[in-house]
Design a protein around this ligand. Structure first.
Ligand SMILES: NC(=O)c1ccc[n+]([C@@H]2O[C@H](COP(=O)([O-])OP(=O)(O)OC[C@H]3O[C@@H](n4cnc5c(N)ncnc54)[C@H](OP(=O)(O)O)[C@@H]3O)[C@@H](O)[C@H]2O)c1
Length: 314
């Protein structure tokens, strides 16, 4: 089993399993998913209180109880900060809340649903522009001192916001969870197309890749097989991604794995030591994807795949 040190501090499996889609499973199927993951060396599980508005966490906990797996052998992460709106307006189904009160309440509810005394990591899910960093600091101090959370991180946050928070916090932020896949490479594009007329040069990622590497914050790649914002997987979508699928198929054949495993090897090849968070709820697919941690991608192959997704190098 390959491991990674999140933020140089917390040992975890090199690949994580995201439980966003677990709300759709019954407990028996969820058990098969957890067993397949652990048998494949995936012992890191990613949750959020908004996944099924708690349902994913509940199903996970019930399913875990049916396995022989011990809680202490897993690294369990959850996220908070996205709240369900009161439903008064159709355009405001949710809002963001990093207040001290909400963070503490949310963690207590997460621990109750996951039936555990502690989270290994807690992430703030999406930037709350109304954040008061001092309040976050107070909340984190309380959660850390009570042993409810071991490590902290953020998700979808710019370097500037990380700096703003970090200067008030007594704990180091060790993770930033960001969307990243061969079909979603904005944080790489910004390096490669820097200062060009090309549309790829447009700064969408605020140099978050360089910043996280510099500060030893582990980037977790969410939705490693999706394109757009949950538009679907690019794997097997020959209509939208013909070249990418051609190259994935070639590499998969040569290396004796599935195209999805090639994607994982491609993400792991980046020296930023990115941890992919996969979301499959199919036990066999999880096993196949995990094989990606055992294959090598050369530098040239890395750029070939990057190019196949539509990125013509300057
Ligand atoms: N921080 C954030 O803002 C944020 C946002 C989104 C997600 N996340 C995290 O990231 C995790 C992963 O997200 P995701 O589920 O969108 O990731 P994903 O691994 O890119 O996508 C998985 C989905 O693609 C389907 N799929 C179809 N063909 C596939 C193939 N050949 N290989 C792999 N998957 C295939 C899977 O179906 P099957 O189940 O049938 O395999 C599943 O529905 C989530 O669970 C969550 O923990 C975080």
């Amino acid at each position: 089993m390959k491991t990674i040190k999140l933020g140089g501090a917390l040992e975890a499996s090199a690949i994580g399993l995201g439980c966003m889609r677990m709300e759709n499973l019954d407990v028996a199927d969820a058990q098969k998913v957890i067993d397949a993951a652990v048998e494949s060396g995936i012992t890191f599980f990613d949750h959020a209180d908004c996944y099924g508005f708690g349902k994913s966490e509940e199903i996970f906990a019930e399913a875990l109880e049916r396995t022989d797996i011990r809680r202490e052998d897993l690294v369990i992460q959850s996220k908070c900060g996205i709240r369900k709106g009161r439903g008064r307006y159709p355009f405001c189904k949710q809002y963001y809340d990093f207040s001290k009160e909400h963070i503490i309440e949310a963690v207590d509810a997460i621990l109750g649903r996951l039936k555990t005394d502690y989270l290994d990591t807690l992430l703030l899910h999406r930037p709350d522009t109304l954040v008061e960093p001092e309040e976050v600091a107070e909340a984190f101090d309380i959660l850390a001192s009570k042993g409810k959370v071991r490590y902290f991180g953020i998700s979808n946050e710019s370097p500037a916001l990380v700096k703003l928070l970090q200067k008030e916090l007594n704990q180091r932020l060790i993770v930033n969870q960001l969307q990243f896949s061969p079909a979603h490479t904005w944080m790489v594009n910004q390096q490669i197309y820097m200062n060009m007329n090309d549309g790829q040069s447009v700064g969408r990622s605020c140099e978050v890749l360089e910043y996280c590497r510099d500060k030893n914050i582990t980037i977790q790649a969410w939705s490693p097989f999706q394109h757009g914002f949950f538009e679907g997987t690019f794997i097997g979508d020959y209509e939208k991604y013909p070249e990418l699928n051609q190259v994935l198929d070639d590499f998969a054949k040569e290396k004796g794995v599935t195209p999805a495993a090639v994607v994982i090897a491609w993400i792991l090849r980046h020296p930023a030591k990115i941890q992919p968070i996969i979301g499959s709820m199919n036990p066999q697919r999880i096993r196949n994807i995990a094989e990606g941690q055992n294959i090598e991608i050369t530098k040239e192959e890395w750029y070939e795949l990057y190019g196949a997704a539509g990125n013509v190098l300057p």
